[in-house]
Design a protein around this ligand. Structure first.
Ligand SMILES: [Zn+2]
Length: 537
């Protein structure tokens, strides 16, 4: 355990409030006796600090109790009561937990119920959510116990009950809190090394207060970075216990660029600006090393203020520009909390960098400004672009393909379908990282797809009838299937086909009988829309 846990025990009733009564046995006394026994066990255990709402027979209102809980802020609150009944009732255990679907109170209720059954050897009712006043408090875990009916009381029972509760508390805290040890950013993921067991379903990641997906791979947490902004992550274990919050600013993952050409007058040289953007079309920070080739002449330089500027003296009608980013140096601005390890390069981060208005340069698509009449741009991440501006005015802005496929991982599976190599090479040309595999057997296909770790998996399966399918639990697949169906004018539905279940990212099964030029174009447009929607959502 990483720190001492505070346990607050609440013996029900007290003073003139007797609670249930059976012959000479008063509930208030049994509650206190059991609480005191439990206190002894917890006191001997260095992992716990124990408090009681009352240490003697005295009156305490429900409000007093709740005020005390909110003041002590315990890790766990246990209210102890006992039942009585005038009817000829079978003895049984009753456990109530603060109303919640699947949180820590519910989890602890299950565990304490198990141990009470084991030690008291009587049947139990299923643990039930309840709205008791004392359960409505600030403690993460709140339960109310009615271990047995007073009619069945004997002197051994308070101690047995206390042992059972103590064992349950120990069992519960065995899971402990997950710890984030280290992190790195790769492609569109923030990858966290986690110590301790944790549950992706219960964990939470938000960028600018919008939820983003957390995936668990081995014990690492993969968090989808869908945009730049303030990222907050809390991992929780199976009992809902949180890690410390990881907070950082996400910025500067190189993705695409645009080029401005400012033609010189008469015989003056041309000024060329190449602007570099992250995946969210915000300018990247300084220090990205790039290699520029222009009309066969090449040089290396580093980005400054999110761009590379140079003067090109040659006056030719036809430019061929090729740009390579040699290393992606991340220079995040990270707010460090509670000893998280910094990863990145500090020397590139200037005061207030990325925060001042002049540094946040927002565009949604790349533009090119040119007076050169004929221009061709060849760059990874962009469609080859050829323009003829001879009859147009100066500085006509033209929309450039925005590099949305850059570094996207697309896995293509096919069986009989022809032209799959065509779609694969097209996507590759637009900057995607593509792997193509002929479908031989399911296991091999799944293995390859998982290894490749695709953003999108497309399986082209020859079929007489035509339909687009996604796995029913795959929300990305569903989104992509919708977009594809709109572009291709095909029906879509869900499927439980095995290959769609295993890999990561959006998974699509095309049951089609042909793949032609027209369809390839539409699929690429649909993928583009899909990736854009991911950035915008
Ligand atoms: Zn009671």
């Amino acid at each position: 355990m990483d720190r001492i846990k505070k346990i607050l025990i609440d013996p029900g009733h007290g003073g003139s409030e007797y609670g249930a009564i059976h012959k000479e046995i008063f509930e208030k006394d049994i509650n206190l006796k059991t609480a005191q026994k439990l206190k002894l066990f917890l006191e001997k255990d260095e992992n716990f600090e124990v408090f009681l709402t009352r240490y003697e027979d005295r009156e305490l209102t429900l409000k007093d109790r709740v005020d005390l809980i909110n003041k002590i802020m315990p890790d766990m609150f246990i209210s102890i009561h006992h039942n009585s009944s005038y009817e000829n009732f079978e003895n049984r255990i009753e456990v109530y937990y603060r109303w919640e679907e699947d949180g820590p109170s519910y989890k602890f209720a299950q565990i304490v119920n198990k141990f009470l059954k084991k030690f008291l050897k009587i049947p139990s009712k299923k643990p039930m959510p309840a709205f008791y006043t004392v359960l409505r408090n600030n403690s993460d875990i709140s339960v109310l116990l009615e271990p047995y009916y007073l009619k069945f009381y004997n002197e051994d029972l308070p101690e047995l009950t206390a042992i059972a509760i103590y064992e349950a508390i120990k069992e519960f805290f065995k899971w402990d809190y997950p710890k984030i040890k280290n992190f790195q950013i790769k492609n569109n993921f923030l990858i966290l090394d986690v110590e301790g067991r944790w549950d992706a379903e219960k964990s939470l990641a938000k960028i600018n207060n919008e939820r983003v997906l957390i995936e668990k791979r081995e014990n690492k947490a993969y968090i989808y970075i869908t945009k730049s902004g303030n990222l907050k992550v809390i991992l929780r274990n199976y009992n809902g216990f949180p890690s410390k919050m990881l907070e950082m600013k996400i910025n500067n993952i190189f993705s695409s660029y645009s080029i401005d050409v400012f033609p010189g007058f008469k015989n003056m040289p041309n000024l060329i600006n190449i602007n570099f953007y992250d995946i969210f079309f915000e300018k990247i920070s300084d220090g990205f090393e790039v290699e520029i080739k222009i009309n066969g002449f090449s040089f290396n330089t580093k980005t400054k203020d999110g761009k590379v500027s140079f003067i090109f003296e040659e006056k030719v009608e036809f430019y061929e520009i090729e740009i390579k980013v040699l290393n992606n140096i991340f220079s995040e601005i990270i707010e460090l909390k509670d000893g998280f390890i910094y990863w990145g390069k500090l020397e590139d981060v200037k005061d207030g960098y990325g925060l001042s208005n002049d540094k946040i340069y927002k565009i949604f698509n790349g533009y090119i400004f040119s007076k050169v009449p004929k221009l061709k741009i060849i760059a990874r991440g962009f469609q080859t672009f050829e323009v003829d501006l001879s009859k147009e005015q100066f500085y006509k802005p033209l929309k450039l393909y925005n590099g949305i496929f850059h570094d996207k991982r697309i896995f293509i599976l096919y069986d009989e379908t022809e032209n799959c190599y065509e779609i694969s090479s097209r996507l590759w040309f637009f900057g995607a990282n593509v792997e193509i595999l002929r479908y031989e057997n399911e296991l091999n296909a799944i293995k390859k797809a998982v290894e490749f770790n695709s953003d999108v998996l497309l399986f082209f399966k020859f079929s007489e009838s035509e339909i687009i399918k996604f796995y029913e639990m795959d929300k990305y697949g569903e989104k992509l299937a919708q977009i594809l169906s709109k572009h291709l004018n095909m029906f879509w539905t869900y499927s439980s086909y095995q290959i769609l279940i295993q890999p990561f990212g959006a998974r699509i099964l095309f049951e089609i009988n042909y793949l032609d030029e027209e369809r390839i174009r539409k699929i690429i447009l649909a993928l583009k829309e899909y990736f854009e929607s991911q950035f915008n959502s």
